[in-house]
Design a binder for this molecule. Structure first.
Ligand code: IDP
Ligand code: MG
Length: 139
């Protein structure tokens, strides 16, 4: 079961721009089932915890400020090859390099405010899903 799931969040720029519906539609049309979803906001401290792996990168302080600047929509998604297929659907980190038709190509504002997160491994998908959702919220 775990290897068929991934974790995503629609980031503050995309929520603020009113793109939640369009992005969620693309996710469902690509064959992902939404297992859990909510609207919430991170504190700077919790954003720091989520992105702890990047704590030594030059963009870490800006990233955690941006990620705590407004509401986000975290979701757990299910599909065969969920992690890899979802990374394809969202496109490269830098929207200038993201393939045409991907979520980041369509909706990202910049390399930082890039509309959406996607887990990079089965292990991180589980850790990140559990960061936002309890077991009883996962259907
Ligand atoms: P990913 O989200 O495509 O997996 P990561 O390298 O894991 O990319 O970086 C996490 C997030 O940090 C990115 O989605 C983006 O919001 C931000 N980020 C990554 N690289 C840069 C950068 O060079 N400048 C500013 N922000 C960045
Ligand atoms: Mg990453």
């Amino acid at each position: 079961m775990a290897e068929k799931r991934t974790f995503t969040m629609i980031k503050p720029d995309a929520v603020n721009a009113g793109n939640t519906g369009a992005i969620t539609k693309m996710i469902e049309e690509a064959g992902f089932k939404i297992i859990a979803m909510k609207k919430t906001q991170l504190t700077k401290q919790r954003a720091g915890q989520f992105y702890e792996v990047h704590k030594d990168r030059p963009f870490y302080n800006d990233l955690t400020s941006y990620m705590s600047s407004g509401p986000i929509i975290p979701m757990i998604l299910e599909k065969d090859d969920a992690v890899a297929d979802f990374r394809k659907l969202i496109g490269a980190t830098n929207p200038k390099e993201a393939a045409e038709g991907t979520i980041r190509a369509l909706f990202a504002e910049s390399i930082e405010a890039n509309a959406i997160h996607g887990s990079d491994s089965d292990e991180n998908a589980e850790i990140e899903g559990n960061f936002f959702f309890s077991e009883t919220e996962q259907f």
